[in-house]
Design a protein around this ligand. Structure first.
Ligand code: SF4
Ligand code: SF4
Length: 83
């Protein structure tokens, strides 16, 4: 069963919860660089209130390894394993 991180509702993939606070996110890309499954990318369409392109999920391949959450300097990501 898939696992995941919770980015806000509109980015939530079926079976995965990866929560990424896109308001806090400063678009540094560290989470993107450490994801072993290439699940994350900086948005090319969204800009948060601070003027950054936030990270978002781009596929459903998350294995809930939590690397992204551990790497984020602003604790913007929470990973929740569902199974
Ligand atoms: S928990 Fe792991 S697999 Fe899932 S998005 Fe974060 S780094 Fe990628
Ligand atoms: S590491 Fe944190 S602040 Fe940097 S892009 Fe990812 S979620 Fe945003």
């Amino acid at each position: 069963m898939a696992k995941g991180i919770d980015i806000p509702i509109q980015n939530r993939n079926a079976g995965n919860i990866v929560s990424e606070n896109q308001v806090i996110c400063k678009g540094c890309g560290l989470c993107v660089s450490v994801c072993p499954k290439s699940v994350l990318a900086l948005s090319t369409t969204k800009i948060n209130p601070a003027g950054y392109n936030p990270a978002e999920m781009i596929n459903e391949d998350c294995i809930a390894c939590t690397s992204c959450a551990k790497m984020c300097p602003d604790c913007a990501i929470v990973v929740e394993r569902l199974d």
